[in-house]
Ligand binder design. Structure first.
Ligand code: FAD
Length: 392
């Protein structure tokens, strides 16, 4: 049996075994295909950071480390040198972005997207206004994986996310809304760690990549709560996608490549109307239970503000590729929160019908795919994971 992963995913409506089967057999193959389509593989993003939190510590000067859009041999030598930031020991200063594995390939897609509107999201910190600074990144060329970004800079971001924005709930915490935010972040963190361990630079001299099982155990698998939170986040985002079915079904996936766009539409429909999803796990998460108590609207505003802070923190991630995936996935979570909590509810703000930006849809689906891969990786570890859990 699967030990600690028996029964229902906490606060969700489906059990682990069902989720694993549904994911491996239906959702993961569809999502893997979907994210390669032209509509879903280009993400518009501002990668140059305006970190609002630690303005004078040199973090944003890491821009000079970023890899330029020119052939490797034109890459300016000084950009590869470690940066000198006063007061920090020099091993903090390794310019992670000078490493090839941290480089972002900004393949600009010059095709026109049509039929999408600009719309606000109260859950995210919107920095999409300066279009001049935005660039299209081909996500297929920039897999989320190990980049070497570590140490105090990475640590500080996770620490402030947890300590300032979503303090770990005490076991007596009765406010389910606060638990949700913590679990979403922890689940995302687990998934990011899974991808780092799942695609790791095992041997730098031979440029050999592969799974680092030890790291996987150490960072995620030996912490059952981190695994559980990852399943929770997956079901939460899946619920947002299914709740937005009417919108996603009719959305404009036109990129100018007719054959590919038809495929995108067909895959979206197969995902939304998968018979297995409808029978096995029709309502992956029940959002209607939240914000019902006294002070619901105020609490929502408070949590919205916390999540906006988390979203703004992504500008402080000091490695370009990590920033890319951090921004995408936090925007994806913000989109899920918007779908589940800001539309079609009783409060004033929710009176509107659902409107999503193109980039929100791209972020949402790519996030779901990242989580789906992570869930599959855990599942594929099979008896190893169970044995480990039993050792606990
Ligand atoms: P960290 O992962 O930094 O964790 C810090 C602390 O948080 C842990 O000690 C633990 O107390 C707690 N913690 C860890 N996991 C969880 C969890 N699931 N739930 C609750 N608490 C937890 N590095 C890459 O190589 N590639 C990337 O693409 C990448 N993307 C990143 C994106 C973001 C937004 C950030 C902030 C960092 C990213 N990093 C990336 C860095 C990476 O996440 C780690 O910070 C780094 O590898 C150092 O790991 P660590 O072992 O110190 O623990």
């Amino acid at each position: 049996g699967s030990g600690k992963y028996k029964g229902m995913v906490e606060d969700c409506c489906c059990d682990y075994e069902t989720v694993d089967n549904l994911n491996s057999e239906v959702l993961n193959p569809l999502l893997q295909d979907l994210v390669t389509t032209p509509f879903f593989r280009y993400f518009k993003v501002k990668l140059w950071c305006d970190c609002p939190f630690w303005p004078d510590d040199g973090m944003c000067r890491l821009r000079d480390c970023s890899v330029c859009e020119c052939p490797e041999n034109e890459f300016p030598e000084p950009f590869k040198r470690p940066y000198n930031i006063a007061g920090l020991p020099s091993d903090n200063l390794i310019c992670q972005e000078g490493k090839p594995q941290a480089a972002v390939d900004r393949t600009i897609d010059n095709i026109a997207f049509r039929g999408w509107v600009e719309t606000k999201n109260p859950w995210t910190h919107d920095d999409d206004t300066d279009s001049g600074d935005m660039t299209y990144v081909n996500l297929q060329l920039n897999p989320e994986r190990y980049t070497g970004y570590t140490g105090p800079s990475a640590r500080r971001i996770w620490d402030s996310i947890y300590s300032e924005n979503c303090p770990k709930y005490s076991s007596g915490e009765t406010c389910p809304e606060k638990k949700v935010l913590y679990k979403l972040i922890s689940g995302l963190h687990s998934s990011i760690s899974m991808h780092i361990a799942g695609d790791y630079l095992l041997d730098e001299s031979r440029n050999q990549w592969g799974q680092n099982i030890e790291l996987m155990y150490d960072r995620i698998l030996r912490h059952p709560d981190r695994v559980r939170n990852m399943y929770f986040t997956y079901l939460f985002v899946l619920r947002a996608v299914t709740k937005a079915t009417a919108y996603l079904e009719q959305a404009e996936y036109d990129t100018g490549n007719h054959a590919e766009d038809l495929k995108t539409q067909s895959l979206i429909k197969q995902l939304l109307y998968s018979p297995k999803l409808q029978t096995a796990c029709p309502v992956p998460f029940d959002e209607a239970k939240l914000w019902q108590g006294q002070g619901g609207p105020e609490l929502k505003q408070q949590i919205q503000k916390q999540f906006r802070n988390i979203s703004a923190l992504m500008d402080c991630v000091g490695c370009e590729k990590c920033r890319l995936w951090g921004k995408l996935q936090v925007q994806g979570l913000g989109t899920a929160l918007k779908i589940l909590f800001s539309v079609g509810n009783q409060d004033k703000e929710g009176d509107q019908t659902l409107q999503l930006q193109r980039n929100e849809v791209i972020a949402l689906v790519n996030l779901l795919n990242r989580l789906s891969e992570s869930v599959k990786m855990v599942h594929d570890m099979g008896p190893d994971v169970e044995r480990l859990m039993e050792d606990q």
